[in-house]
Design a protein around this ligand. Structure first.
Ligand code: PLP
Length: 262
């Protein structure tokens, strides 16, 4: 028997709710073995991010090479990339790896607490260099506004923004509507030139939302690593998130925006 290996390239959250820590928990819970390449270390808890330390590019490269030389991932999730040189290392190493593996990119920009997790000029690099290489990009509404350059107030806007993100070079995009108010949450999946697919889920009321985006993108990567196609992987990942949100809605972890329970 072999494990199903999944790699996360992301930032560390000392509070345990988001980033690498959420990714590895998700991989395990979904039956996969997780490897991790750490791009940045954050000092944070449920109340917010206190500081960010970017791991030197050479060390990120060493981590990537060490993993990819030995343990072939069946899928890769990319999360927090805080500066342009990290984009360059990831682009170069994934090109050199040259294997056909699903890659899910969560374009992490600002923490729910308001702390910037990416330098402004790095967003363009992310779009130019990584969008064409990855299988799926998973922006939330705020990230989709920045990536598309347009306002988003409703489902039609989400679809229009998703199409603009495809025009910028992404193969597929999942615009996540969780931040728009309403009893139903809409997410929009656009794959290339296909007709947009709208996925609906019931809104789950919870004070604990920290790490939702990280968890969803790593769940999609794990589900694709298990052999699901993009659409099935997203559906399964959304079910996983709904359960984790529900299970964590009343749990108290720290004084602020607590983690999901998974
Ligand atoms: N910290 C790290 C390392 C992250 O990767 C992320 C999000 O992806 C966050 C914090 C932000 O998490 P949230 O916005 O869910 O609080």
């Amino acid at each position: 028997m072999n494990y199903i290996h999944v790699l996360t390239i992301a930032g560390s959250d000392s509070g345990g709710g988001a980033g690498i820590q959420a990714d590895l928990k998700t991989f395990s819970a979904l039956g996969c073995f997780g490897m991790s390449v750490i791009t940045a270390v954050t000092a944070q808890n449920t109340l917010g991010v206190r500081s960010v330390h970017g791991i030197p590019a050479a060390m990120i490269k060493d981590q990537l090479q060490a993993v990819l030389d030995d343990i072939a991932p069946a899928a890769i999730k990319i999360g927090m990339i805080n500066r342009a040189e990290v984009v360059q290392v990831i682009e170069k190493e994934l090109k050199a790896y040259n294997q056909s593996v699903p890659v899910i990119l969560d374009p992490v920009m600002v923490a729910t607490s308001g702390h910037r997790l990416i330098e402004p000029d790095t967003v363009n690099q992310l779009v130019e260099k990584l969008f064409p290489m990855v299988s799926l990009v998973t922006p939330n509404i705020d990230e989709a506004i920045i990536l598309s350059g347009q306002e988003i107030n409703n489902l039609d806007d989400m679809i229009a923004a998703g199409k603009k993100i495809i025009e910028k070079g992404a193969k597929a995009v999942l615009v996540k509507g969780g931040h728009l108010a309403g009893p139903i949450i809409y997410d929009v999946l656009i794959s290339g030139t296909e007709i947009p697919v709208v996925l609906e889920s019931a809104f789950i009321s919870s004070k604990n939302l920290h790490g939702t985006g990280c968890t969803l993108s790593s769940a999609i990567a794990a589900e694709m690593a298990k052999g699901n196609n993009l659409f099935s992987a997203i559906k399964n990942a959304k079910n996983y998130i709904s359960q984790a949100l529900q299970a964590g809605s009343e749990v108290k972890t720290g004084e602020g925006n607590g983690p999901l329970n998974h």
